[in-house]
Write a protein of this length. Structure first.
Length: 462
């Protein structure tokens, strides 16, 4: 998760046949008057920034509150339409990689801005007084807003039904892996005995010094092994590690604050579960958020695109993907630690399906709790907390699995294509080198690398 300071930093850096649909369509197919040179891209990015569009807030209600009045929304819509004509008129035949990333982020931001303006104008025209307690499920045009938030958080517009199925598929895989670890620990088929074992005092602590020493040791071990997975450490210094003061006011196990280069672990119960240290350090610190922010910032390959709004599915997806790298980094040395990572992966997978179910299918809390009870193991105590979170923060929880799946799948495709010539360090360098971008752009970049590497290999073998 990102802190409020993190979101401030990144601020820098089917619609129905209705008036809403017409408002979007009127700009979506506008033809530019003449081709626009790629050299104008930085200026177009500055034009977008000058509009001072509100950043994406984590809470649904905050985004509605930030809409502004009708006059402001109309001004933004008209300015975005003009910007859209220039963007879609860019001559794409001579774009370099950084121009391609910048153009994609510009298009994404403009498309989002136009959708937001259309939805906002309709909301204001309807003069809705209060936001419903159940969030989008009871909100006028809730399904259209949900599709907007899918685009805003994921940088893409996936079909909600397909997302629900994706969550189920990931849940099945996580449960199968859970069964393997449970058997290895000697508790095959005996969930009650496994829970009793994992609730032993030895897995918990209230000693802050001990907890932070455990994290510090993991950090040392990770940097000792970073060369196995990355071309270098990119000059990234170790993160600061501190206990968060937020507690239950921030319902997540941790977050990273890039302004302070600090990973905050969050104590949500009377005692701290030490089994989560490995995967949480990887996700929030190295090679997750801390490493990504500083390594991609150090490379500074595409400075112009870095100033545009972040694609959250890229950065959160990367952090979630890196949790699969623990063993190569010298972590997950006990089955209990590895099982903790699988348990949280199970939670994330369930949240993909449940986010759609709660906010798009209008499920009740009771139905969502029954789903959780059926599919998620070892996390009954956080079920209601997570349901409440998904109602307040629609789509945000999907970013982890959605992005992680792309990074895992692209690595698999590159490895299968290049076989003995595949170097995972170069793959990870590709992820970091240009900073965040819409995931479709990264997928195209990987396929280009595969074709290029395949051509070079064929020439060498001749």
């Amino acid at each position: 998760m990102y802190s409020n300071a993190d979101r401030r930093r990144f601020k820098q850096c089917f619609f129905a046949a209705s008036a809403l649909t017409l408002a979007l369509a009127s700009s979506a197919y506008a033809e530019p008057a003449k081709p626009v040179s790629p050299e104008t891209l930085p200026a177009l990015a500055e034009t977008l920034k000058a509009l001072e569009l509100p950043p994406l807030h984590i809470a649904f209600a905050e985004n509605i509150a930030a809409l502004g009045d009708i006059s402001k929304l109309r001004q933004q819509r008209d300015a975005l339409r003009a910007l859209e004509q220039n963007i879609y008129g860019i001559d794409k035949s001579a774009l370099n990689v950084c121009d391609t990333v910048l153009l994609a982020k510009l298009q994404n931001s403009v498309d989002l801005g136009l959708k937001r303006a259309a939805l906002g104008l309709k909301y204001k025209a309807d003069k809705i007084a209060d936001l419903p307690e159940n969030g989008l499920s009871d909100f006028p045009d809730g399904k259209e807003w949900y599709r907007y938030f899918l685009h805003a958080w994921l940088g893409d517009s996936p079909n909600p039904d397909e997302l629900f199925k994706f969550g189920l598929s990931e849940l099945a895989a996580a449960n199968a892996r859970y069964d393997e670890i449970q058997e290895r620990m000697g508790f095959e088929g005996d969930e009650e005995a496994l829970r009793e074992h994992l609730n032993a005092d030895s897995y918990f602590s209230t000693d802050q010094a001990l907890i932070e020493a455990r994290y510090a040791e993991r950090q040392t071990r990770t940097f000792e092994n970073i060369h196995r997975l990355f071309l270098s450490d990119y000059g990234v210094a170790p993160a600061q590690i501190k206990q968060s003061p937020l507690g239950m006011s921030f319902p997540a196990p941790g977050y990273y604050n890039p302004d302070e280069n600090t990973f905050y672990y969050n104590v949500l119960n009377e005692t701290y579960d030490l089994r989560q240290v490995d995967w949480l350090f990887i996700h929030e610190a190295t090679p997750g958020h801390h490493f990504f922010v500083n390594a991609s910032g150090s490379a500074n390959t595409c400075a112009s695109s870095a100033a545009l709004p972040v694609v959250y599915a890229y950065v959160e997806g990367w952090a979630a993907y890196t949790e699969t790298l623990g063993k190569d980094l010298g972590l997950y040395q006990s089955p209990a630690e590895e099982l903790s990572a699988i348990e949280w992966n199970m939670v994330r997978s369930a949240r993909v399906s449940l986010d759609v179910a709660l906010n798009y299918y209008d499920w009740s809390d009771e139905r969502a709790l029954a789903f959780w009870d059926k599919h998620v193991r070892g996390s009954d105590d956080i079920a209601q907390r997570e349901i409440d979170r998904m109602r307040r923060w629609p789509v945000q929880v999907i970013t982890y699995k959605y992005g992680a799946n792309v990074f895992g799948e692209q690595k698999r495709q590159m490895r299968d294509a290049l076989q003995s010539h595949f170097d995972v360090r170069k793959y990870h360098d590709l992820v970091l080198r240009y900073g965040d971008m819409p995931l479709a752009v990264f997928e195209n970049m990987v396929q280009t690398e595969i074709l290029s590497a395949g051509t070079k290999t064929s020439e060498i073998e001749k």
